[in-house]
Design a protein around this ligand. Structure first.
Ligand code: SAH
Length: 393
């Protein structure tokens, strides 16, 4: 985001390029630009989102250099002599992924949903919440502010499964954002036909956030009536085939889920091999049939993150807003110190933000975007994380 370091292109191999950040080498996919070695780019999540003039990049790097080395040193110091599971996961992250950390923005553009997922507060049958949808121009305007004023380099566009956004409207949205913004567009719009996803990819959306929710097909069937786990996994695999950088994972603490299930969830995430892992606690919502279920403890979530990091050392793991909701003051820090290396900032306009209530009490509702950004920067600085791109594995 506002906090990001440009990298120097050192090698080009078709769509795959090698980028250097203060001597560290990362891979990134380039689909938009005609690049030459020696040029500078911003990459996000392993994807080139914009180019930077040489002079501007060199000035930025000059300013970053000292800070960057200090951050690295701090991160290394905090990862020394690991003893607990969380510390071992953190040291594993440090060894394999260094101190790179990306911060994605998320715009929740509609809370209308045609589905009735048992766990979800915006399910069709919850009549208690106020529904909203942003117009295409409103979303584009918000994206423009996020990218061109606040400096975000990756934006998740999330909604319920809302057929009001036809393929035509979504294509218009993606194209308009791409025209105005050098950003990685991450779609989080649920089940849509593969050809629609293909066209959206061609239009410029290069990443998709789509969880399989649980690897237990019986629980899946109970949570999403009439839907099959296999179809969701097929869709995720097809998105990967199209070229999407996929972010995927599951919910922790669903009714009936055992510790064994959670290990299977981690295994399935590893099998899918997404660009980024996303695991969040299930937090019951009063407008759903699961209102009275238990909230998982913070430690259960941190344990999943730590185990995933140790089993898949090269992975990128995001701290979800739901985890931050379990511990509003310390959740993000604890997640990042237990193996995670990415964060999300909610950029949904304030007038709508409260209504995207997939679960209650979401972290960040009470803060302005500016305050939230300042909080995140302070946190990353305090634990020595730097905004170089994490790159592709
Ligand atoms: N319609 C899109 C986006 C859904 S909302 C899709 O189907 O992919 C994004 C994520 O929020 C879901 O994938 C789910 O894992 C999570 N979520 C929904 N209800 C939740 C709850 N009560 N607690 C925590 N996370 C929840």
């Amino acid at each position: 985001m506002c906090y990001s370091i440009p990298g120097k292109v050192v090698k080009i191999d078709g769509k795959m390029i090698t980028v250097e950040y203060f001597g560290e080498i990362r891979k990134a996919k380039n689909e938009f630009y005609d690049l030459m070695p020696g040029q500078y780019v911003y990459a996000q999540g392993g994807f080139v989102v914009s180019t930077v003039e040489v002079k501007e990049a060199q000035e930025l790097l000059q300013n970053w250099k000292e800070v960057f080395l200090k951050l690295k040193e701090k991160d290394l110091r905090l990862a020394r002599e690991p003893k607990t599971l969380y510390q071992i996961a953190n040291a594993t992250r440090q060894k394999h992924q260094d101190n790179s950390c990306c911060v994605h923005g998320i715009i929740e553009f509609s809370n209308y949903c045609a589905c009735d997922c048992m766990y979800c507060g915006i399910r069709k049958n919850n009549r208690e919440i106020k529904r909203y949808r942003m117009t295409i121009d409103e979303i584009v305007k918000q994206a423009d502010t996020a990218v061109n004023k606040l400096g975000f380099k990756a934006l998740v566009l999330q909604s319920g499964e809302d057929p009001w956004y036809t393929e035509k409207k979504l294509l218009e949205l993606v194209k308009k954002i791409r025209e105005k913004c050098g950003v990685l567009i991450v779609l989080s719009i649920g089940d849509r036909p593969v050809p629609v996803y293909k066209n959206l990819y061609e239009a410029g959306a290069k990443s998709a956030l789509i969880r399989f929710e649980t690897a237990n097909e019986i629980i899946y069937g109970k949570m999403k009536e009439g839907k099959k786990l296999k179809d969701r996994i097929d869709l995720i695999n097809k998105l990967k085939e199209i070229g999407y950088l996929v972010i995927s994972g599951f919910l922790i603490g669903l009714p009936g889920q055992t510790e064994y299930d959670l290990m299977e969830d981690i295994r399935l995430t590893g099998d899918i091999n997404p660009e980024m892992f996303s695991f969040g606690p299930f937090i019951p919502h009063k407008g759903t049939p699961l209102a009275k279920e238990r909230i998982p403890a913070l430690d259960e979530v941190l344990t999943v993150i730590a185990r995933a990091r140790i089993l898949y050392p090269e992975s990128k793991i995001v701290v979800t807003t739901a985890l931050e909701t379990l511990d509003k003051k310390g959740g993000a820090r604890k997640g990042l110190m237990s193996g995670a290396n990415s964060l999300m900032i909610n950029l949904t306009p304030e007038k709508y933000r409260d209504h995207y209530e997939i679960y209650p009490g979401r972290k960040g509702m009470e803060q302005t975007v500016e305050d939230r950004i300042a909080e995140v920067l302070k946190l990353l600085e305090s634990i020595g994380r730097a905004p170089t791109d994490i790159g592709l594995a």
